[in-house]
Design a binder for this molecule. Structure first.
Ligand SMILES: Nc1ncnc2c1ncn2[C@@H]1O[C@H](COP(=O)(O)OP(=O)(O)OP(=O)(O)O)[C@@H](O)[C@H]1O
Ligand SMILES: [Mg+2]
Length: 349
C-alpha cells in the first residue's frame, strides 16, 4: 500500500497561497484494509495510514446542510447581479453563536466560487486573477486594518505609507479587487469590527467594488458593528443566513440529524468498521451535542482519535463503551454539558 502524505505549508487562510491550500486540501479516504493487514504494517506505515485517516476526517468528511444550499444559491445570484448594479450591491451575512460551523460554511462558499471561476477560466491563476479574497478581523479592528488586510492579500509585497488615509487605502483596495477580478470578499470574525467606522468602510467597498462581500461572525445582527446605527446600513444590504441547532422534535430536523449521523457512520475511516452503532444512537448523540453539528463533528473526531490512540487494540470497532468514553470525556474536557449515561446507549444489532 502506498500512501502519499498530505503536506501542508500554510497556517493561515489570509494569504493567497494559504487560502488556495485550504481550498485544495481535500485528501481522500485512504483505502480501507482489514485490521490484520493494518497490524502487519510497519510502525511507520501504520502512522502514515493513521495520519491519512485523521486528515480525511478533519479536512474532507463534511455533511451537507440546508444553510449550504441556501447561501450557495444566494451568493451565486449576487455574484452575477452585483457587477451589473451601480448602487445598493448586496452581500451575505453568515451569523451564529460561537463554534457553529460558520467558517466551514464560508470555506465551502469560497471553494465553490474558486472552482466555478477555474472552470470558466482555466488559466486564471497564471493570469493573476484572484476570485476569492479572505480576511480575518482581529479584536477591535478598524476599517483601516480591514483595508490593509485586503491590500496585503492581493499585493503582499506592497509597502504602505504609515500616514496613509482611509480614503487612499480604500481606493487602492478597490483598484486591486478590480484588477484581480475578485468576485468574493470573505470577512471572517466580523463581530470583531469595532463601532461604526468599519461598517461605513464596508458599505463604501460595496458601492465601489463589484466583489460580493460575505460577512461571517458571531451573532452579527446583535453586535455593535452591524446591529445598530450606521452598521444597520450594511445589514440591510445583506441577506442573512443563520446557523442553528437542530430540533429533532420536528420531522425535518429529525430527518436532517439522522442523515448527518448516517453519513458520519458510513464514512468512519476505521478498519473493518461495521456501521450501526452511531445510527442506532442518533438520539443520544443529539442529546450529547445539543443538536449542534459542530459538536457532533467533534464527537466523531474524538471517537476515531481515541480508537487510533489505543496502542494495544485488537480491533477498531465502535463499541458502546468506546462511544460512551468519548461522550463522557466531552463533558469533562469541554464546555459541553450533557446527561447521557452508558445505559442510554444501545448496542448495534
Ligand atoms: N458541514 C459540516 N460537516 C462536518 N463538520 C462540520 C461542518 N460544519 C462545521 N463542521 C465542524 O464544526 C467545527 C466548527 O466549525 P467552524 O470552525 O466552522 O465553526 P465557527 O462557527 O466558525 O467557530 P468560531 O465561532 O470559533 O469561529 C469544525 O470542527 C468543523 O469541521
Ligand atoms: Mg470561525
Amino acid at each position: 500500500m502506498i500512501i502519499e502524505p498530505l503536506v501542508l505549508h500554510h497556517d493561515r487562510k489570509t494569504t493567497l497561497a494559504g487560502l488556495r491550500e485550504a481550498l485544495a486540501a481535500l485528501p481522500p479516504m485512504p483505502t480501507s484494509i482489514s485490521f490484520s493487514d493494518y497490524a502487519a504494517l510497519s510502525a511507520s506505515e501504520r502512522s502514515l495510514y493513521d495520519e491519512a485517516r485523521d486528515d480525511y476526517l478533519r479536512l474532507t468528511l463534511r455533511v451537507p446542510t440546508p444553510e449550504q444550499d441556501l447561501s450557495t444559491r444566494i451568493l451565486a445570484k449576487h455574484i452575477v447581479a452585483n457587477p451589473r448594479r451601480k448602487n445598493s450591491r448586496r452581500g451575505l451575512m453568515v451569523s451564529a453563536p460561537m463554534f457553529y460551523g460558520k467558517t466551514e460554511l464560508a470555506l465551502l462558499l469560497a471553494r465553490s466560487v474558486e472552482n466555478d471561476h477555474s472552470r470558466k477560466f482555466p488559466n486564471y491563476s497564471a493570469d493573476g486573477e484572484v476570485p476569492v479574497v479572505w480576511v480575518e478581523v482581529t479584536d477591535h479592528a478598524t476599517g483601516k486594518a480591514l483595508l490593509s488586510q485586503i491590500i496585503r492579500f492581493l499585493a503582499p509585497t506592497i509597502t504602505l505609507p504609515t500616514q496613509i488615509t482611509t480614503d487612499n487605502l480604500r481606493r487602492r483596495a478597490v483598484e486591486l479587487l478590480h484588477v484581480h477580478r475578485t468576485k468574493l470578499l470573505v470577512i471572517d470574525e466580523a463581530h470583531n469590527l469595532g463601532g461604526s467606522e468599519p461598517s461605513s468602510v464596508i458599505k463604501a467597498l460595496q458601492n465601489e467594488s463589484s466583489a460580493t462581500v460575505v460577512l461571517v461572525g458571531i451573532n452579527l445582527t446583535r453586535g455593535k458593528a452591524f446591529g445598530s446605527g450606521d452598521g444597520l446600513q450594511v445589514t440591510m444590504r445583506c441577506d442573512l443566513v443563520e446557523l442553528r441547532r437542530v430540533d429533532i422534535q420536528s420531522d425535518e430536523g429529525l430527518a436532517l440529524w439522522r442523515r448527518w449521523v448516517a453519513i458520519f457512520d458510513r464514512n468512519l475511516p476505521l478498519c473493518e468498521h461495521g456501521r450501526g452503532m452511531l445510527t442506532k444512537n442518533f438520539a443520544a448523540l443529539h442529546a450529547a451535542a445539543d443538536g449542534r453539528l459542530s459538536v457532533l463533528a467533534m464527537i466523531i473526531e474524538r471517537l476515531v482519535a481515541s480508537i487510533l490512540d489505543e496502542s494495544e487494540r485488537t480491533d477498531e470497532r465502535v463499541t458502546r463503551e468506546r462511544l460512551f468514553a468519548v461522550l463522557d470525556g466531552l463533558r469533562q474536557t469541554t464546555r459541553v454539558r450533557h446527561r447521557v449515561q452508558l445505559s442510554d446507549l444501545v448496542e448495534a444489532a
